[in-house]
Design a protein around this ligand. Structure first.
Ligand SMILES: *[C@@H]1O[C@H](CO)[C@@H](O)[C@H](O)[C@H]1NC(C)=O
Ligand SMILES: *[C@@H]1O[C@H](CO)[C@@H](O)[C@H](O)[C@H]1NC(C)=O
Ligand SMILES: *[C@@H]1O[C@H](CO)[C@@H](O)[C@H](O)[C@H]1NC(C)=O
Ligand SMILES: *[C@@H]1O[C@H](CO)[C@@H](O)[C@H](O)[C@H]1NC(C)=O
Ligand SMILES: *[C@@H]1O[C@H](CO)[C@@H](O)[C@H](O)[C@H]1NC(C)=O
Ligand SMILES: *[C@@H]1O[C@H](CO)[C@@H](O)[C@H](O)[C@H]1NC(C)=O
Ligand SMILES: *[C@@H]1O[C@H](CO)[C@@H](O)[C@H](O)[C@H]1NC(C)=O
Ligand SMILES: *[C@@H]1O[C@H](CO)[C@@H](O)[C@H](O)[C@H]1NC(C)=O
Ligand SMILES: *[C@@H]1O[C@H](CO)[C@@H](O)[C@H](O)[C@H]1NC(C)=O
Length: 609
């Protein structure tokens, strides 16, 4: 018994003696004693105190934090995010009227006690984001028939999904994502006719998915990503007409079989030894409610048919299809047969897609985020891109775009507004990298960025870029940009990362750039710049490597008279180390803050209404 429990037990003694000798004044029923005992017993198993549960001043447990009563019966126990440690013990069974048990986001350990499954009135069980382990008790549905919500995500549960889940016939929400569950999906799950949310991502679930999934006709959110499901992803989408969110990436599916056209994907993460082959099923057209679709890394092919099918999903706002369509041609249909009027986020990266910039995007006026990086796109970046007034993130890195940077980008409205709100895009999605490393990013973690690095762009840097007051990242490295760095860039007041390295820029580094007070990373190495390196402001924190490989750049206070020109690189060592000590924390802070790595496809902050 922890210290705290002992303290509460001391309160219980006068309570009991008083209660038995004077029923009338205290009005204690046996049920209220059970509730009190239940709470005290629960508390006594903890290794940490519960705020407000330790006072003689409030013997009425119904006023304790997180406790809600009807009469003297506890009906809700809600202690989420209170840093509670320890185990849940048997005594909780005393709360026989409990309907809502919410212990999410704490530090609970151990397995779930059997008595938890005697709480016959329980409707909501939220134990997500703790360190619970062991199997999910098979009693969960045979004993708790009223359960509407089961949230066990973000724990260490292992073993199989209980086969009798179908007995939780009232179940609307089941999230057991981010655990260590294995085995196949029990067929009884398909009996849950009220199920709206089914989140299974990030486990080790395997086997084939049955067509029975199509019976879950009320399903709104469905995520099976990052598991080991194999075989054919059943074409059940004709019946899941309420589906708004579907995520199935990083499994071992062959989406639909047409085997002669299959592509063998090699060397991309796990699953590389599997034959992937499939198209977006035509009856995806029926998913009129679909708002978000993430099928990255599923071995899809036929981009042209995928876009045609998905353009029928009028409400589609997020489309994430990276690592698919290997080596295909970017479709450029004539006329208006691809229209995504509500599309806000499009990720079609890492696919070595050939051809030119997609013209059909000019109709996507809502577009906020466009990632076409790591493809083989050629030709120029069209100037109509400046008409996409909501765009705040553009990543065209590592293509073969030529010509000038469209001047129209300097007037993209959302990049000009300083008070830009990214709240519309709070959902999360996984972003896969080569190898076995999965990187997950929340869309809202993408800061306003203009990334055109590793292309063949030439021409000037427009002075108008200074208008982009909300831009945080400008990465133009490895192009052939020429002319001076405009002094007006000091207008990009939110700038954190400015990388202009490996271009053909000339002139001096404008002194005005010292005004960029958020700048944590700056790189102009390997250009043809000359003159004094600005001092003061953030410039005191950038390492000499940011300036190397230029014509004639120097520090005015450099007593050694050292000039950062290419042949002298090796001599830079002592100087470099001195400055690096100052520069590193700034640089690190900026980058670490940007690449927010989260271990889930959704976060609690995001839910469909
Ligand atoms: C006291 O008990 C009586 C009879 O069981 C019940 O009607 C009444 O609501 C109780 N009072 C309180 C404050 O719980
Ligand atoms: C549990 O409590 C947390 C806050 O601590 C809340 O965000 C969450 O929505 C609750 N769970 C349910 C199922 O209501
Ligand atoms: C659970 O459901 C099965 C049928 O799926 C049924 O045979 C069994 O009696 C149910 N168990 C309980 C406890 O309701
Ligand atoms: C996951 O479960 C397997 C057995 O299915 C077990 O061997 C392994 O240790 C578990 N991993 C963790 C991190 O709990
Ligand atoms: C599409 O979105 C609009 C606006 O949010 C909504 O009113 C409409 O019901 C949605 N259509 C479908 C088929 O879900
Ligand atoms: C792609 O799909 C379209 C329409 O379904 C079809 O006409 C075309 O032949 C397919 N292309 C390939 C390469 O399979
Ligand atoms: C742009 O895309 C590349 C390749 O996908 C990625 O590595 C890089 O982090 C992206 N840049 C930003 C600022 O998001
Ligand atoms: C560019 O993309 C190719 C794959 O298309 C990849 O192998 C290469 O590493 C990428 N280069 C950079 C600099 O990101
Ligand atoms: C943003 O700023 C503009 C002008 O500065 C103002 O008109 C607009 O109302 C602001 N929007 C928000 C959401 O604060």
């Amino acid at each position: 018994m922890g210290f705290h429990g002992f303290f509460l037990f001391a309160i219980l003694i006068p309570y009991i003696s008083f209660g038995t000798s004077s029923h009338e004044s205290q009005n204690l029923t046996s049920s209220s004693l059970n509730d009190l005992e239940g709470l005290i017993g629960f508390s006594s198993c903890l290794e940490s105190a519960i705020p407000d549960w330790n006072s003689y001043a409030s013997p009425d447990y119904c006023t304790w934090s997180g406790v809600t009563c009807v009469g003297t019966s506890v009906v809700r126990l809600e202690l989420g995010s209170t840093r509670l440690m320890g185990k849940i013990c048997e005594s909780l069974v005393g709360l026989d009227q409990l309907r809502v048990l919410n212990l999410s986001d704490n530090l609970f350990t151990g397995s779930l006690p059997n008595t938890l499954f005697h709480l016959q009135n329980l409707e909501v069980m939220d134990l997500s984001n703790n360190h619970f382990e062991g199997p999910i008790n098979t009693a969960i549905c045979s004993s708790l028939p009223q359960l509407r919500v089961i949230k066990l995500s973000g724990n260490l549960f292992s073993g199989k999904i209980p086969g009798n889940l179908g007995n939780c016939s009232s179940l609307q929400h089941l999230s057991i994502n981010e655990n260590n569950l294995s085995g196949s999906l029990p067929g009884s799950i398909f009996q849950l006719q009220y199920l709206r949310v089914l989140l299974l991502q990030e486990n080790k679930l395997s086997g084939q998915l049955s067509k029975g999934l199509g019976k879950l006709s009320n399903l709104v959110e469905f995520d099976i990503s990052n598991n080991e499901f194999s075989g054919i992803l059943p074409n059940i989408f004709g019946s899941l007409t309420r589906l708004k969110f579907f995520c199935a990436e990083a499994n071992r599916f062959t989406v639909l079989v047409s085997l002669s056209n299959c592509l063998r994907l090699e060397g991309i993460g796990h699953g590389s030894d599997h034959l992937h082959c499939g198209e977006i099923p035509v009856n995806f057209k029926k998913l009129q409610s679909l708002t978000q679709l993430s099928l990255s890394y599923t071995g899809l092919h036929n981009l042209s048919s995928a876009l045609e099918v998905l353009s029928h999903c009028r409400n589609l706002s997020t489309l994430l299809l990276p690592w698919n369509f290997h080596n295909e041609q970017m479709p450029q249909p004539q006329g208006q047969n691809i229209v995504f009027s509500n599309l806000k986020v499009l990720v079609l990266s890492n696919s070595q897609i050939k051809g030119s910039f997609p013209k059909w995007l000019s109709g996507c006026k809502m577009l906020q985020m466009l990632d076409l990086s790591w493809n083989h796109l050629t030709g120029s970046i069209p100037s109509w891109i400046g008409n996409l007034n909501n765009l705040y993130y553009l990543n065209l890195s590592n293509n073969s775009f030529t010509g000038k940077i469209p001047q129209s980008l300097t007037v993209v409205l959302s990049l000009q507004l300083r008070n830009l709100s990214l709240e519309q895009t709070t959902f999360a999605f996984p972003f896969k990298m080569v190898g076995n490393v999965n990187i997950y990013k929340r869309v809202s973690s993408y800061r306003p960025s203009l990334v055109l690095s590793y292309n063949k762009l030439e021409g000037p840097m427009w002075p108008g870029f200074g208008n982009l007051k909300s831009l945080h990242v400008m990465d133009l490295k490895h192009n052939s940009l020429s002319g001076p760095i405009p002094w007006q860039l000091s207008g990009m007041v939110m700038m954190e990362i400015l990388d202009l390295s490996h271009n053909k820029l000339t002139g001096e580094i404008p002194q005005s750039l010292i005004e960029l007070s958020f700048l944590s990373s700056f790189d102009v190495s390997y250009n043809q710049l000359h003159g004094e390196i600005p001092e003061k402001g953030q410039f005191d924190t950038f390492p000499p490597t940011s300036f190397q490989g230029n014509m004639d750049l120097y520090y005015s206070h450099d007593t050694s008279g050292f000039i950062l020109s290419p042949p002298d690189e090796t001599c830079a060592q002592p100087h470099y180390q001195k400055l690096e000590i100052i520069g590193f924390p700034f640089w690190f802070g900026g980058v670490a803050g940007f690449l927010i790595t989260i271990a889930m496809c959704f976060t609690s902050g995001w839910l469909f209404s």
